[in-house]
Design a protein around this ligand. Structure first.
Ligand code: SF4
Length: 436
């Protein structure tokens, strides 16, 4: 007789502040900032939705985790990133104390970390639904997209807007030097239109009117992209996407007409040589600056930027950050160049300069972990914090809100736009975000 194995999958624990929030980290402010809390785990939600018999825990407290372990799961799996590995190892020890023969799995980008194999019975690289289902003797006909609902809130806790998260593809075939995605999943897979339709319908039923398309690189499959945005436009849903500057510049007018509100784009550097050396498929740096200036009054723009390239000095970073600030992006995510495991950058930096940091928690892109020719770690970190503050003046919230207000007013008139924003706020504060 086949014995059914019971599986629990979990993320790392809840942080002391009660939630993870990249927005606060980006702005370095506790007030005069939005917050966009990470309230559920995309990966675990996909797994649970497609394999309902597994148990999941998302950012549990220590007590919740210990109580779950008391149920005596046969397998405990951890979804984590490289900088979370120490906490995960602590959690594994707790699981083994609760049950000595528990089987340990690991997944997500953290599974790419070298030297962690001894802690796990199985490490899974890539999206794991089919692999886990097969291990449990199940078969998945098509990947179904779970509802993933987050919210944007003010620093005083008032929620402004509920947001649905949407994946139209997962994975990326490009080879940007610094990025782990091609090692994690180099063959992007489409989420079927059928699954996308289902989740959009759920969002509509729950009153969600805005979604963020969280594909690593939206618009990889032009026909699929086109069908998805037609669906969103027909459903009356506005949307944001994460895409390359190049894709955005070619498509933004059409996308704008089809309800796009904004985009998250990788600017990464203003040096053409640096962009070329990291294999980033993008536009000429000066064209990017011109393009951003052209579109920023129409759409919300979040830009990703990296400092601490090998040629960077205090002067060059200050100049770049001044240029970046001049772009008046709605949000600017600046990070320190970090060689991550299984990226070409890792090998290049190790060979040319050496990677000194052995504490994985510092691989959070907020710390210098390698022997930079011009910076000490503390010096670059201070420069990073100053740069983030500089790019997020206290007025930045008002600027973005006015942009949304203008857009909705142009679409529906002043009073209906106001009503729409109020309704969104009401929904944001009354939705049940825990429901799956
Ligand atoms: S396009 Fe984006 S996801 Fe793809 S390799 Fe480059 S940085 Fe990574």
């Amino acid at each position: 007789m086949k014995i059914e194995k019971r599986v629990l999958l979990t993320t790392m624990p809840m942080p002391d502040e009660g939630y993870w929030d990249n927005f606060r980290r980006d702005t370095q402010r506790r007030v005069f900032t939005y917050s966009f809390p990470r309230i559920n785990s995309f990966g675990l939600r996909f797994l649970k939705y497609n394999i309902p018999k597994i148990g999941i825990l998302e950012y549990p407290t220590h007590d919740e985790y210990v109580q779950a372990l008391e149920k005596g799961y046969d397998i405990v799996g951890y979804s984590f990133y490289v900088n979370e590995i120490d906490e995960i190892i602590g959690m594994i020890k707790t699981a083994k104390r609760a049950r000595r023969d528990v089987e340990i799995w690991g997944g997500n980008y953290g599974a790419l970390t070298p030297g962690i194999e001894e802690h796990f019975d199985e490490l899974m690289i890539g999206y794991g639904e089919e692999r886990i289902a097969a291990k449990l003797g199940l078969k998945i006909d098509r990947i179904r997209h779970p509802p993933l609902i987050w919210y944007v809130q003010t620093s005083f806790g008032l929620k402004i807007n509920p947001v649905g998260i949407l994946f139209t593809t997962r994975g990326c075939p490009l080879r940007c030097d610094f990025c782990q995605t091609p090692s994690f999943c180099s063959k992007p897979q489409k989420i079927t239109l059928e699954s996308i339709k289902e989740v959009i319908e759920i969002y509509r039923e729950r009153g969600i009117r805005e979604v963020i398309i969280y594909d690593e690189n939206f618009s990889l499959f032009p026909k699929h992209t086109r069908k998805v945005i037609e669906l969103l436009a027909q459903s009356g849903i506005h949307w944001f996407c994460m895409t390359t500057v190049d894709h955005l510049s070619r498509n933004w007018r059409e996308w704008y007409e089809m309800n796009m509100l904004g985009a998250f784009i990788g600017i990464e550097s203003f040096s053409q040589d640096t962009l070329a050396s990291m294999n980033k498929i993008t536009m000429d740096a000066s064209d990017t600056v011109d393009f951003v200036k052209e579109v920023h009054e129409f759409i919300y723009l979040l830009g990703f930027f990296i400092i601490g390239y090998e040629g960077d000095t205090g002067r060059s970073v200050t100049d770049d950050v001044n240029t970046l600030r001049g772009l008046k992006l709605d949000h600017t995510q600046i990070r320190i160049l970090t060689p991550l495991p299984r990226t070409p950058l890792w090998d290049d930096i190790e060979d040319s300069y050496g990677i000194f940091e052995r504490d994985w928690s510092r691989y959070d892109t907020m710390h210098l972990v390698w022997n930079h020719p011009h910076f000490e770690p503390d010096e670059l970190r201070k420069l990073l914090i100053r740069s983030l503050l500089k790019c997020h003046p206290r007025t930045y919230l008002v600027r973005s809100q006015l942009k949304f207000a203008r857009r909705f007013t142009s679409e529906r008139g002043f009073f209906r736009a106001g009503l729409y924003l109020l309704k969104n706020m009401w929904r944001a504060n009354t939705l049940d975000y825990t429901s799956r």
